[in-house]
Design a protein. Structure first.
Lengths: 226, 473
């Protein structure tokens, strides 16, 4: 059975997490690093996908700065999104050549991981055709955005556990928004740590790999966290 | 020359969006060096170059979505490096190119017959030349007659393999390239119409046989050609590419968000609109009297909008259900009144919010409206200024509209639309008078608000406006 190392990084700045991912992707491509699943939480940050348009941001850099939100253009798929406290972020660094060379299957499997996780807490979630992500009654509970290079994935999913949903309004022009929701809004109070363990277990099942927890976080990485 | 194609990223993936070229035409690229990026299903992927060489031609621009296996670029292979797919016999690709201009079928259905004749003759010795060339010439020039007399399908000779249905293995792709086969002509017998190696071999064998069978066709075509001229109908295929009747351009993200919100709102709320005619004469006179002084004092004009906002606030206080929203089976009453004012932008609209509008007088409201509108247009709004509205007003009257039926700004439950204010003859106490009339529309969410309540609300708005009593300066 393939093995996947789980790394629980706690709260980590977007920049350091991105640098770590790039390092792990390079290692994975060279075959010096195993498949890994990074589980973490970001401080308030708005990120812009490769296909995103800056015009989706109403706020100038100073305004976001004042509100304590940082901003990163990134190379993942998808448009503008928000990450912040109370949101479980999972970044799978997988070599899809050892699983299935199929981005569609990968995205569906990530969705399935989230759907199964939510089902454990009694939340019935599902897909909406053509709208990648996981939805509960027309509200988006988890977003997906992935980058791939030589079949090695990075970035991943963001699941709203007890996220302050009002922050999503920052990225939306016109006060117009697809509605979002969170586990707590649906009446489920759980800690991020608990959900992250559940999600890792389902990830292992869906991707048919053994999840290993012993990976230590390097001291240097700890210091880099902001 | 190596064709670079939109790769197939998975069984279910039939197309991809080219998001970024990492090399420019003329630049050198190494084998396996990232050449471009694509996006499929929220996954962005770097695509490495299939070969080393010089990027000579980029055929798909950034932002375009094309089917898998569509040729997106051509690379002229470097001398010393990886060989490109063996070039097809030189004359082959030229054959259709030469033939095509001589088949002006689309221009006039009658003309092709005489024009078609010489090329047919020219292609008569075709059987002697390499296999693919002959059928190509025959098809390009005399397609309808050939179709009538020669049942086997004829492989066209195109340098770029067109899109084929279903995913393809690299082997099939390579074979197709080497044999110059348009895969869209090959019938796939694999799962989901997938083209297998066997399918391709069968097709190539059949094509090789075709010229012999086809030989009599051009001969037959000559006399037959004039008659079925109108049958030269598949004109659309030959229409010049440059004269498209449509232009496709991606929506801006703002437009996509607006579209989503509009559909969401219409799907969420059963909209009902009620329209009240309001006599604005008193307000108009007040406005005329103070217009100049107002402008001199504060630096901006006095419009009707702050009056209507103020009247709406008074009515919202009296009927708090219109200032509410729905959450599941609960009614959420908002104790504060935050009024969204729709502002038209060059390519969209935005609804900045006047916070605690009930704490502002006409001057304060006008100041807020001017400030929000100006900053909306220069994109200087703060994020918190476009959220949290509890009721909205949209002023389409400024564009000349008499009456509109606005869409509710979710999760609010009502919106007032303001029509133009016009001097109109009206009947008052059996006499005809000239009054400044304005039509106010209220679109409301019929899940929460009944028609009777909506009209009581509007009567209150009307009553405040028609009996205006507050100071303006």
């Amino acid at each position: 059975m393939r093995k996947c190392q789980v790394r629980e990084l706690g709260r980590i700045g977007y920049g350091p997490a991105l640098a770590l991912q790039q390092e792990l992707v390079a290692g994975r491509k060279q075959g010096t690093a195993p498949d890994q699943l990074l589980l973490l939480e970001h401080p308030h940050v708005i990120t812009l996908g490769r296909n995103g348009h800056q015009e989706n941001l109403l706020a100038s850099a100073e305004i976001m700065d004042r509100a304590g939100i940082s901003f990163f253009p990134t190379d993942r798929g998808g448009d503008v999104t928000y990450h912040g406290p109370g949101q479980l972020v999972a970044y799978p660094i997988l070599d899809l050549r050892e699983w299935q060379r199929d981005v569609g299957a990968f995205v569906r499997a990530v969705e399935q991981t989230i759907i199964d996780t939510l089902a454990d807490y009694g939340i019935e979630a599902g897909r909406i055709p053509k709208l990648t992500g996981v939805w509960v009654g027309g509200r988006k509970i988890a977003a997906i955005g992935v980058h791939m290079s030589r079949w090695v994935t990075s970035h991943g999913l963001a699941l709203n556990v007890n996220t302050d949903l009002s922050y999503f309004q920052y990225i939306v022009p016109c006060g117009l928004t697809k509605p979002v929701t969170s586990m707590v809004q649906l009446g489920v109070r759980v800690t991020l740590e608990e959900v992250s363990r559940t999600l890792a277990a389902h990830f292992g099942r869906v991707f048919d790999c053994e999840m290993l927890y012993e990976a230590p976080v390097l001291a240097a990485e700890r210091e880099n966290r902001s | 020359m190596t064709d670079v194609v939109m790769p197939q990223m998975g069984e279910s993936i039939v197309e991809g969006t080219l998001t970024k070229w990492l090399k420019k035409p003329g630049e050198r690229v190494e084998r396996d060096e990232p050449l471009f990026e694509i996006s499929t299903d929220k996954v962005d992927t770097e695509i490495p170059s299939p070969t080393a060489g010089t990027l000579v031609e980029v055929l798909v621009e950034e932002g375009k979505t094309v089917g898998i296996n569509t040729v997106v670029a051509r690379i002229e292979s470097g001398a010393a490096v990886t060989p490109a797919a063996p070039a097809p016999a030189a004359p082959a690709p030229e054959a259709p190119a030469a033939a095509a201009p001589e088949a002006p079928a689309p221009e006039s259905p009658a003309a092709p017959a005489p024009v078609a004749a010489p090329p047919v003759k020219a292609s008569a010795p075709a059987p002697a030349t390499p296999a693919p060339e002959a059928p190509a010439a025959a098809e390009a020039v005399a397609a309808p007659p050939v179709k009538a007399s020669a049942p086997p399908p004829l492989p066209p000779v195109e340098e770029a393999p067109a899109e084929a249905a279903g995913p393809l293995s690299p082997l099939v792709r390579k074979m197709a390239r080497e044999n110059n086969v348009d895969l869209s002509r090959v019938r796939g017998t694999g799962a989901g119409g997938r083209i297998s190696k066997q399918d391709l071999e069968a097709y190539i064998a059949q094509s090789a046989a075709a010229p012999q069978e086809a030989t009599p066709a051009p001969v037959a075509a000559k006399p037959v050609a004039p008659a079925p001229a109108p049958a030269a109908a598949p004109v659309p295929y030959l229409a010049p590419a440059g004269q498209a009747k449509t232009r496709i351009e991606p929506m801006s993200s703002m437009r996509i968000k607006i579209a989503e919100h509009m559909v969401l709102s219409k799907r969420t709320s059963p909209h009902v609109t009620t329209i009240h005619r309001v006599d604005m004469t008193k307000v108009a006179k007040l406005r005329d009297r103070y217009k100049e002084q107002f402008k001199a004092n504060y630096g901006f004009s006095l419009t009707y909008l702050p009056f209507i906002t103020r009247a709406s606030v008074a009515a919202l206080r009296q009927f708090p259900l219109l200032n509410a929203s729905i959450d599941g089976n609960n009614i959420v009453y908002h104790n504060e009144i935050h009024i969204g004012i729709a502002v038209a932008l060059e390519n969209g609209l935005i609804v900045p919010v006047i916070r605690s509008a009930d704490e502002k007088n006409v001057l304060g409201l006008q100041r807020s409206i001017v400030d929000l509108a100006a900053r909306a247009r220069s994109r200087q709004l703060k994020p918190e200024e476009v959220v949290g509205g509890t009721f909205s007003i949209t002023n389409f009257g400024s564009y000349g509209s008499l009456i509109g039926t606005p869409v509710i700004n979710q999760p609010q439950v009502a919106i007032i639309g303001v029509g133009t204010v016009d001097k109109t003859p009206v009947v008052i106490d059996d006499g005809i008078a000239i009054r400044s009339i304005c039509h106010l529309s209220l679109s409301f969410d019929h899940r929460l608000i009944d028609g009777a309540l909506a009209d009581q609300f509007m009567s209150k708005v009307k009553q405040v406006l028609e009996n205006w009593s507050e100071e303006v300066l």
